[in-house]
Design a protein around this ligand. Structure first.
Ligand SMILES: C[S@@+](CC[C@H](N)C(=O)[O-])C[C@H]1O[C@@H](n2cnc3c(N)ncnc32)[C@H](O)[C@@H]1O
Length: 385
């Protein structure tokens, strides 16, 4: 059995833990700290996690932990960690150090400690940047209140960077956050609409989930250059993941911005999904019969966003009122009403930064999820079926 750490966006630990347990195949119990979910599994669990998980940002292999308030015990503990079990010598290597509430906090000195330990273990690596064509191996040293964990990164490019979103519209949501919202809303793979789709993140993630497309297909991972990597098993896992893909469900995205819809179309093409993406205002959403899901993040309510997006260019005399909150509340209320009227019986979930706007939209009960989007605390609310 190996131990793994999934780095996840704070607030999504429970949902990510559930996603990890659902991988099965010998992955059982999970435990969590802020931004981390720990799990154990067989040798191929790291590959499966990287290939299939939609919420985590990366998967680390912890090598060891130590409590240290001075450099000497940290150095000693690091020199006893089995880096050579995973890291091949020679490749460019980066050391990522993060500290919180530790007596030792000098990043350069902490990096030196890790480099010395690597040399003690018989490993010499090129400094990053010397050969950009090769994988950039990463050792992660994280200190929290003098408790240090040193891990090897198995992922590389963060998992939320799926690779399809080269174009973004205004205020895009990270792919893993959009996937988490879909899961928390209970999306079941059926008909889907995002009437504020911007660059298409929600509809594309919905189509990938519904068609069982593993998000880690068609991208490289650091574990592929690890010592002892099992390319045969990796090829098997990829083959199985490809065979599991089913047809796209009826997924639709719309946005009033032409630029947004254009970006969404290009992204959907790169993602290999066939979904309907059209330019339309939310008030014009056509009727649809249940069942179905709407999950969306309307503009958060900054005056500039709302005015820029909503003030109808067809009627330049209709200036926004002087009170931006009043504007926003009325708009959000009308959006919620339009959507419930057009799609009665559909599950409706909305991401909002402001609980008052969420309530105006029709949010009920407590948020389904709380997290940060672009540095802003936001919540996902159920707003009716
Ligand atoms: C926060 S962004 C959504 C970002 C999107 N989830 C993504 O990941 O790219 C809000 C979007 O709502 C659109 N929008 C604003 N008012 C609208 C309206 N009345 N009808 C339809 N779309 C609107 C904006 O053009 C913008 O793309």
């Amino acid at each position: 059995m190996h131990r793994y750490t999934a780095v996840v966006p704070p607030g999504l630990e429970r949902l990510a833990a559930r996603e990890i347990r659902a991988l099965g195949g010998g992955i059982g119990k999970t435990s969590a700290d802020a931004g981390r979910v720990y799990f154990e599994g067989p040798a191929d669990a790291g590959m499966r996690a990287n290939l299939h998980l939609r919420i985590p940002e990366r998967i680390l292999l912890p090598l060891g932990r130590v409590r240290a308030r001075h450099f000497e015990p940290l150095r000693l503990a690091l020199s006893e960690m089995p880096f050579e079990r995973w890291l091949p010598p020679g490749l460019p290597l980066r050391i990522a150090v993060s500290t919180k509430g530790c007596r030792l906090f000098h990043t350069d000195a902490l990096e030196d400690c890790v480099r010395e330990a690597l040399v003690t273990r018989g490993l010499r690596h090129a400094a990053p940047g010397e050969d950009k064509t090769k994988a950039l191996l990463t050792v992660d040293l994280r200190g929290q209140k003098d408790e240090w964990i040193c891990s090897v990164d198995t992922t590389g490019r963060p998992l939320w960077r799926r690779g399809y979103r080269l174009r973004t519209a205004r205020a895009p949501m990270r792919e893993n956050l959009a996937a988490a919202c879909l899961m928390a809303a209970g999306y079941d793979g059926g008909p889907f609409l995002d009437p504020f789709c911007g660059s298409g993140t929600f509809p594309i993630e919905a189509a990938w989930m519904a068609s069982h497309r593993a998000p880690g297909l068609d991208r490289p991972f650091l574990f592929e250059s690890f010592a002892g990597h099992d390319p045969k098993r990796w090829a098997e896992l990829i083959g199985k993941a490809r065979a599991a893909i089913t047809a796209d469900p009826p997924v639709e995205g719309s946005d009033r911005s032409q630029g947004g819809v254009q970006a969404a179309r290009e992204n959907a093409k790169r993602a290999g999904v066939h979904i309907r993406l059209i330019r339309r205002r939310v008030a014009d959403a056509p009727a649809g019969r249940p069942p179905g899901f709407i999950v969306c993040n309307p503009p958060y309510g900054k005056r500039a966003d709302l005015a820029g997006d909503e003030a109808p260019t067809e009627d330049p005399t209709e200036a926004p009122s002087e009170d931006p909150t009043e504007d926003a509340t009325a708009l959000w209320a009308s959006w919620g009403e339009s959507l419930r009227a057009a799609r009665p019986g559909w599950n409706l979930a909305v991401v909002a930064a402001n609980p008052e706007l969420a309530k105006a939209f029709g949010a009920r009960g407590k948020p389904l999820l709380r997290f940060r989007n672009g540095g802003i605390p936001v919540a996902l609310w159920s707003a009716g079926a």
